[in-house]
Design a protein around this ligand. Sequence first.
Ligand SMILES: NC(=O)c1ccc[n+]([C@@H]2O[C@H](COP(=O)([O-])OP(=O)(O)OC[C@H]3O[C@@H](n4cnc5c(N)ncnc54)[C@H](OP(=O)(O)O)[C@@H]3O)[C@@H](O)[C@H]2O)c1
Length: 287
Amino acid sequence: MEYNLGFIGGGNMSTIIFKGILRNDTHPASQTWVSGPHPENLEHWKKMGANVTCSNGEVFEKCDIVFLGVKPAMLHEALKDVGDSLSRRFVDNPDLLVISMLAGVNLDSLQKAFSALNLQKDVKNFIKIVRIMPNVPMAVGSGISLYSYNHLGGKQKSEMVRLLQCCGSCEEIPEYLMDSLGSLTGCGPAYIFVIIEALADGAVKQGVPRAMALRNAAQMVMGSAALVLESNKHPAQLKDEVCSPGGSTICGVSVLEEGRLRSTLINALEASTNRTKKLDPNAANSK
Ligand SMILES: NC(=O)c1ccc[n+]([C@@H]2O[C@H](COP(=O)([O-])OP(=O)(O)OC[C@H]3O[C@@H](n4cnc5c(N)ncnc54)[C@H](OP(=O)(O)O)[C@@H]3O)[C@@H](O)[C@H]2O)c1
C-alpha cells in the first residue's frame, strides 16, 4: 500500500512510534512528514530521513495516515489553521485516517474538534478517527497500543495495526475502558520503574553494587511478567508456589501486606484514571 505517513507533533511518543516503524522497515522515512512549532526540536526526525515542516496543515494535506501526537491541551491550537489544507486534500484523495494518541481525549471530542473546522460536510465524513493509548515500552518493541474507533475501513485498520505492531502488541477495546485500562498500560510503566528502583535500593542497602542490583531487578520483573503471560496461571497461584511455609519469600510478602502495597497500587491507578479524564480540553472539568 503506497501512502504518506504524518505526525502532528514530533515529541517523545511520536518519535518512539516512528523509530519502531523504521526499525521494522514498515514505512519509508522519505514518505513521512512531521510537524511542530519549533523546527530545532525536530532535528532528530531530519536525521532519520523524514520531511519536517512547521505547518500542521501541510501534514494533513500530504499524508493519508496522520498520528496526532500533541499534548491534550494543545489539540485546538494544533488544528487551528488546518481547515483550508484539509479541504484541498480531499479534492485529490478523500481517505484520511487520524490516529490520536491524546490521553483522555475521547472520540466524541476529537470528532467535535474536526467538525469545528468549517469543512464541507462530505469532507467531515471522510475523516476517520482512531483513539489509541500507546506506552513507553514501545521504545524497545515490547509496548502496548490500545485502540478504539467508531468507523474504520478494513484496509485502514489493517495498516494502522501493522504500524503499531512495529512497537509491540495492539488490542482493540471498547472506548469506555480507554481511560482506566489506558492508565494501567500508559501510566503503569512509571509505577513499575519506581518498584524496580526501590527493589534495587533494597539490594544496594545490603551491599549489592547499584548497576548489578538494577539489572537483576529489571530482569526479574521481566521474567515474572513473562511467567504470568506464558503459564496462564493466576498471579496469586504463582505467588503461593514461591512462598514455601516459613520461608524467606512469605516473610517479604508479609511486609508488603503491612505496607498496603496492593491497595496503594489500586489507589494509584484510580488517581491516574481520574486525572486522565480531566485532560480532555472539551471536558467540563478540564484543567
Ligand atoms: N509519554 C507517554 O508515556 C504517553 C503515553 C500515552 C499517551 N501519550 C500521549 O502522547 C501525546 C504526546 O505526548 P509526549 O509525551 O510525546 O509529549 P511531548 O514529548 O511533549 O510531545 C508533544 C509534541 O507536540 C509538539 N507541539 C506542541 N504544540 C504543537 C502544535 N500546535 N502543533 C504541532 N505540534 C505541537 C511539541 O513540540 P515542541 O516541543 O517543539 O513544542 C512536542 O514535540 C500526549 O497527548 C500524551 O497524552 C503519551
